[in-house]
Design a protein around this ligand. Structure first.
Ligand code: ZN
Length: 269
């Protein structure tokens, strides 16, 4: 087991990207809006959740999917549950205080029940869409996990779900911001650390290429909002901040692996 030190002093915040699955049988054409001249080129994708440890608060951004979901959907290679990697990082799933859900696609909601003490923070507009008359239609429906959505609706009656609108402070130094674009209520998470600002963009930019080359992702709810999301993410990060995309294997090149957890966790800050 690897346990990273808490460091010293107030303002010590640690941020990790935890890779729990990947899919190699994936091509560029799936991932970029409009025609791509290299649409058949291989373009593997990673699946992550993100852990923010701030003093005695532990915030998880997104809840991944389960090994059963990986088997049912095929092609996805499941590495290790996020809870196991969280334990290896010296935290405990039972003590995670908040789970922020960037949006309600299946690859971001699967393990909510495995964080029993956590409040769940999501945008009201996101849950509204997935309980609307359009939820079951077309491409969007293929990306849904109806059981997870039903469970969030139920948990909204227990007080565990915190539905927010727009900007919201989760814990001091950790805020969420609705951007939309990919889904109606997609939100990104901004974290202040001693090294500077980190924006956990999730599917606000799936890959570095989306935001760095202003190239929208292939699954679009509203194109102007997706461009606006890029602008909002840039301005939340500021000139010196770091933007962490939701599905990019290059995250493992741009940030250092946690010792003992190569391929499973990188340290962002
Ligand atoms: Zn995703």
């Amino acid at each position: 087991m690897t346990v990273e030190s808490d460091g010293a002093g107030g303002g010590d915040v640690r941020v990790y990207a935890i890779r729990f699955a990947h899919r190699e049988a994936s091509v560029r054409g799936e991932h970029f809006y409009g025609h791509d001249p290299c649409s058949e080129s291989p373009f593997p994708i990673d699946y992550y959740v993100w852990l923010v440890v701030s003093g005695d608060r532990t915030v998880l951004v997104d809840a991944g999917f389960t090994a059963e979901t990986a088997r049912a959907r095929g092609e996805r290679h499941y590495l290790r549950s996020p809870m196991e990697t969280i334990a290896a990082l010296g935290s405990d799933a039972d003590r995670v205080s908040h789970v922020v859900l960037s949006h309600l696609h299946y690859d971001h909601v699967g393990h909510v029940a495995d964080f029993p003490a956590a409040s769940v923070v999501l945008q009201e507009a996101e849950l509204a869409f997935w309980t609307s008359r359009h939820a079951g239609r077309g491409e969007h429906a293929r990306l849904a996990d109806p059981a997870a959505i039903a469970s969030l609706v139920r948990e909204n009656f227990t007080g565990r779900v915190r539905l927010v609108n727009g900007d919201h402070e989760v814990v001091p130094g950790v805020t969420v911001h609705r951007v939309g674009g990919h889904t109606p209520g997609l939100q990104v998470t901004r974290v202040e650390t001693a090294q500077g600002v980190v924006v956990l963009a999730a599917d606000g930019t799936h890959f570095f290429e989306n935001i760095e080359q202003d190239r929208p992702y292939g699954v679009v709810n509203h194109l102007p909002s997706m461009y606006e999301a890029f602008d909002t993410i840039r301005s939340l990060a500021g000139p010196d901040g770091v933007v962490v995309p939701g599905h990019d294997p290059r995250v493992r090149e741009r940030f250092p692996a946690v010792p003992g957890l190569a391929g499973l966790a990188v340290r962002i800050a």
